[in-house]
Design a binder for this molecule. Structure first.
Ligand SMILES: [Zn+2]
Length: 81
């Protein structure tokens, strides 16, 4: 088991139980990495709306990935619940 830290609340959890957001090395595209098949710099979030909202409100995903985030990504993440 590998624990990862939530970028919003800082809690450590098994990465299999977290949302993974990855920035593609070559394209710089930021996306929801559901099956972890793509590689790149990644951030993790707890599987709940609070952490998703928090991360976007404070631009935490953006800062962690050093990359602008498409507005649509938040909607995509919230649709997961
Ligand atoms: Zn969290």
């Amino acid at each position: 088991m590998v624990d990862r830290k939530c970028v919003a609340c800082g809690k450590l959890q098994n990465r299999d139980e977290m949302i993974k957001i990855t920035k593609d090395f070559s394209t710089g595209e930021v996306f929801l990495n559901k099956n972890s098949k793509q590689f790149g710099r990644s951030v993790y979030l707890c599987y709940n709306k609070t952490c998703v909202e928090e991360a976007f409100k404070k631009n935490k995903v953006q800062k962690a990935l050093k990359s602008p985030i498409q507005k649509e990504l938040k909607g995509i993440l919230l649709d997961e619940f």
